[in-house]
Design a binder for this molecule. Structure first.
Ligand SMILES: O=P(O)(O)OC[C@H]1O[C@H](O)[C@H](O)[C@@H](O)[C@@H]1O
Length: 475
């Protein structure tokens, strides 16, 4: 196995009907979601602003005892083919009449009723342009289809790994992720929607195929007549038997991280005067997590976080953590006096990039480094990983680690769902892809924040980053 100083080879998704009135009587033919009096802001505030509001007070707001459900006629829209990473299009497309509403209704038409009637669903996203407007549409259609409760991140914010963590922790039936991942945001750029199941992993093809089929025959959207939910304050709003709880985007995820890692150990590393750390949040969703986790809980210096405020257009940036788009971080890391450890993550916080002082670690090697050191460095893996896996295009470093540690090893086709299936079967703990995705069975998504903590744990057990790579060379 070789270390990777110069390898640049992988440049990488209610109301209860009891008490609710359903009105299948069709309104006038021109009655659409946007003209129904059901408020759909089609012109979001064009001023780009920070996503994180200052208030964190919790409150319960009671609405009416029952909610009215309207049936809005609609027509199929072409091109809504859904993959496991969801539906991704330009914002302008999603803002066309009923485009998002059709897909959301098609999704409810595709799920078995027990998966959403009176159920709890999670909603969050990476803070990009149109997320707040989309949140209101999704909440009203969810209520219209009989969902019992929506847990939504404050200001619509939840990273992709955090959605997976919240689904699993709160035993929700699934969740919506509003993100176009590492693609740029803003009125001229990209938007996306994805649905994850109760395990926390993206919905299987059997469901995404049904969603697509239903987009081709859809004729009606069920919408609850409720006001827009205030997403800026943590708290519960009830309308009859339907409720929306605005949750803190960080706390459930932070709790999980405290179970997985030894925070004292990482705190010790970050407090060392001879250890420099730099994290580039790329003005994307991990900005909401970086200060509470790295600075407030782990003692990183506040100035070790760059671009740490999530913005709707990612500060005109391209939130793809690679050597091209995270160039500011790369430049700092390649200085003689640069930090020892650097990292960046993408729009929704699942992809990641890892750097040392004057070197870059390919994703293929980072998963191998993690696997080789996990048992010793990370409490969650103290009994040893159950198995290791990589996608087919990912280099074979991990194979060598599996061989040496005598661990079950799997090579899977490209696509995170293949890892999730192995995890659900109890056969896999650590996995990675060449496209800057690394994860473990603590959730069912790749996890950019977690990866940085993995590396810090390992760094504490070995003394310096270079030494990790030297260590790996011995394998
Ligand atoms: O959501 P993203 O980070 O864009 O990832 C979307 C997809 O990208 C690549 O194709 C990966 O191989 C998949 O596993 C992943 O599901």
């Amino acid at each position: 196995m070789t270390s990777t100083y110069t390898r640049f080879d992988t440049v990488f998704l209610f109301s209860r009907f009891a008490g609710a009135k359903y009105s299948p009587l069709l309104p006038s033919p021109s009655f659409t979601l946007s003209t129904s009096g059901i408020h759909l802001r089609t012109k979001p505030n064009s001023r780009f602003h920070s996503i994180i509001a200052s208030s964190s007070s919790s409150s319960v707001v009671a609405g009416t005892d029952s909610i009215e459900i309207k049936s809005l006629p609609t027509k199929p829209i072409e091109g809504q083919k859904t993959g496991t990473s969801g539906l991704r299009k330009k914002v302008k497309v999603f803002m066309e009449e009923n485009y998002l509403a059709n897909w959301i209704q098609a999704l409810f038409n595709s799920l078995p009723p027990e998966d959403y009637k009176d159920a709890t669903l999670v909603l969050g996203g990476d803070g990009r342009y149109f997320n707040k407007e989309a949140s209101q549409i999704i909440i009203k259609i969810a209520a219209g289809n009989g969902v019992g409760q929506i847990l939504v991140g404050k200001e619509g914010i939840l990273s992709t790994p955090a959605v997976s963590a919240v689904i699993r922790k709160r035993k929700a039936n699934g969740g919506f992720i509003m993100s176009a991942s590492h693609n740029p945001g803003g009125p001229e750029y990209d938007w996306g929607i994805k649905f994850n199941y109760s395990s926390g992993q993206p919905a299987p093809e059997s469901i995404t195929d049904k969603i697509y089929g239903n987009t081709l025959s859809i004729s009606e959207i069920k919408v609850a007549e409720i006001p827009d939910i205030d997403l800026s304050n943590v708290g519960v709003t009830k309308y009859g038997n339907f409720s929306v709880e605005v949750i803190d985007p960080v706390s459930d995820y932070l709790e999980l991280m405290e179970e997985v890692f030894d925070f004292d150990l990482i705190r010790g590393l970050l407090s060392r005067s001879d250890f420099g750390f730099m994290f580039d949040a790329m003005h994307a969703v991990t900005g909401a997590y970086a200060k509470p986790i790295f600075v407030d809980n782990l003692g990183a210096k506040p100035d070790s976080i760059s671009n740490g405020v999530p913005l709707e257009d990612f500060g005109h940036g391209h939130p793809d953590p690679n050597l091209t788009y995270a160039k500011d971080l790369v430049d700092v890391m390649y200085r003689d006096d640069g930090p020892d450890f650097g990292a960046a993550s993408d729009g929704d916080g699942d992809r990641n990039m890892v750097l040392g002082n004057k070197f870059f670690v390919t994703p293929s090697d980072s998963v191998a480094i993690i696997a080789a050191n996990a048992q010793e460095a990370i409490p969650y893996f103290h009994a040893g990983p159950k198995g290791l896996a990589r996608s087919m295009p990912t280099s074979g470093a991990l194979d060598r680690v599996a061989e040496k540690l005598k661990l079950p090893f799997f090579e899977v086709p490209t696509g995170w769902k293949f890892f999730g299936n192995l995890m659900d079967a109890g056969k896999l703990s650590i996995c990675g892809e060449e496209s800057f995705g690394t994860g473990s069975d603590h959730i069912r998504e790749k996890d950019g924040i977690c990866l940085r903590m993995v590396f810090r744990s390992i760094l504490h057990c070995l003394t310096a980053f270079q030494e990790i790579l030297r260590h790996l060379d011995l394998w």
